[in-house]
Write a protein that binds this ligand. Structure first.
Ligand SMILES: *Cc1c(COP(=O)(O)O)cnc(C)c1O
Length: 405
């Protein structure tokens, strides 16, 4: 008598059969995480320098974060924005503490935060022109990435992202990053705002220079434009300041944030300075899920840990030796690595060729990293990655380069 056979279907097979194919996923199924490490379904451990694309700011399953989310989940998860909840108010208060006098609006992702900025710019333009439809244009940067909803996608001048979805939202113009004159040349009476990523994350880690940001600030002041900074990827401590634009000593009129804010829980937000913050009034914007007690508990836990463990200072300090070691590696293997860019724990390793095979080799040697545009490998350790873990990433990179040399 034969026993009934147990049919096990692999996760890969289930994906192939049932999940839409909008991602070229790595052949890796992750099942568990702890700190900077993740484990796959075969028990293999990896140093996770993807942080879920700059999301898991505290690494995986930080005990303070887990306790806060568990406690909140057993108390109150969701009530809608028809009512107040203490966590949303408190998280807004803490974010205003970092960004300056103003107000916060909550949503659920980076794309939604960028949509909110774009809608804010339209309201600002209407206030400026005195009527709707006269002042609505936004000048963005070439190679920008502002998410995949219609507004943000229209602000993202990349064929691979826009193809198939035209017609796009009108009113976006694209200037040269780090060239204030190029932005000024595109500003006219119909322009309401300038929107840039403080550090372009998807196009190969291209930072705005401090002079450029200060020039944009002046241009916005002269022409009555909102300076809107997309800090979805580079914000929440990733560069060693809470917001990356703080390095330039400028102030924004509005900021988009998301990725690291929830430490793995989906949450997005915008902050706007006092004048712009008044533009949203009852009824003209909203989202059912924005700022739930649970999402805001996750955000508060992230801020708690950043503050208690002094992670901004840690990122600033630890990144110095890490960048030096990566720079030395680049000089040693200059036939493969042509530049190192970025700030703090947001680093782009410019490869001479397609980074795909390198990413596979890094993974086989135990390091997970993320591709970015223009042949760049992105390294995004959690903000609490240790000096030893940062050094280990360089060792693994070296081993991979040596094996290929
Ligand atoms: C990731 C990202 C977005 C989009 O965020 P989602 O949460 O993926 O919608 C927008 N802007 C920047 C700069 C990003 O890095």
């Amino acid at each position: 008598m034969s026993s009934p056979s147990i049919v096990r279907t692999s996760t890969a097979e289930i994906y192939d059969a049932h999940v839409m194919k909008n991602y070229a996923r790595a052949a890796l199924t992750l099942v568990r995480g702890h700190g900077t490490q993740v484990w796959d379904d075969a028990g293999q451990v990896y140093l996770d320098f993807t942080s879920g694309i700059a999301v898991s700011a505290l690494g995986h399953c930080h005990p303070h974060w887990v306790a806060a989310v568990q406690r909140q989940a057993s108390e109150l998860i969701h009530v809608s924005n028809l009512f107040r909840n203490p966590n949303q108010g408190e998280l807004a208060r803490r974010l205003v503490g970092y960004a300056g006098p103003g107000r916060v609006l909550f949503c659920n992702s980076g794309a939604e935060a960028d949509e909110a900025l774009i809608k804010l710019a339209r309201l600002h333009g209407m206030r400026k022109a005195g009527e709707e439809g006269k002042c609505y244009k936004i000048v963005c940067a070439k190679n920008a990435f502002h998410g995949r909803m219609f507004g943000g996608m229209s602000a993202t001048p990349q064929e691979k992202i826009q193809k198939g979805f035209r017609p796009l939202v009108p009113g976006f113009a694209f200037a040269e990053l780090n060239n204030v004159e190029s932005f000024a040349a595109l500003v006219d009476d119909q322009t309401a705002a300038i929107l840039v990523e403080t550090i372009q994350g998807e196009a190969g880690i291209n930072p705005c220079t401090p002079e450029f940001l200060r020039g944009l600030r002046r241009l916005c002041d002269e022409r009555g434009l909102l300076l809107m900074l997309d800090e979805v990827q580079c914000g929440i401590g990733r560069t060693g300041k809470f917001y990356a634009f703080e390095h330039a000593g400028v102030r924004a009129d509005a900021i988009a944030m998301a990725k690291g804010l929830g430490g793995g829980f989906p949450i997005g937000a915008i902050w706007a300075g006092e004048a712009a913050a008044e533009l949203f009034q009852p009824g003209n914007h909203g989202t059912t899920f924005g700022g739930t007690p649970l999402a805001c508990a996750a955000g508060l836990a992230v801020l708690d840990v950043i503050e208690r463990e002094q992670l901004l200072a840690h990122v600033s300090r630890a990144s110095v030796t890490w960048h030096e070691a990566l720079g030395a590696l680049a000089r040693e293997y200059s036939q493969h690595i042509t530049a190192i860019r970025g700030r703090g724990f947001l680093v782009g390793v410019q490869m001479a060729a397609d980074p795909g095979p390198w990413l596979v080799s890094l993974r086989e040697h135990g390091l997970l990293a993320v591709a970015s545009g223009n042949n760049v490998i992105r390294l995004l350790p959690p903000l609490n990655a240790t000096v030893a873990e940062l050094a280990r990433s360089v060792e693994i990179f070296r081993a991979v380069l040596t094996a290929k040399a």
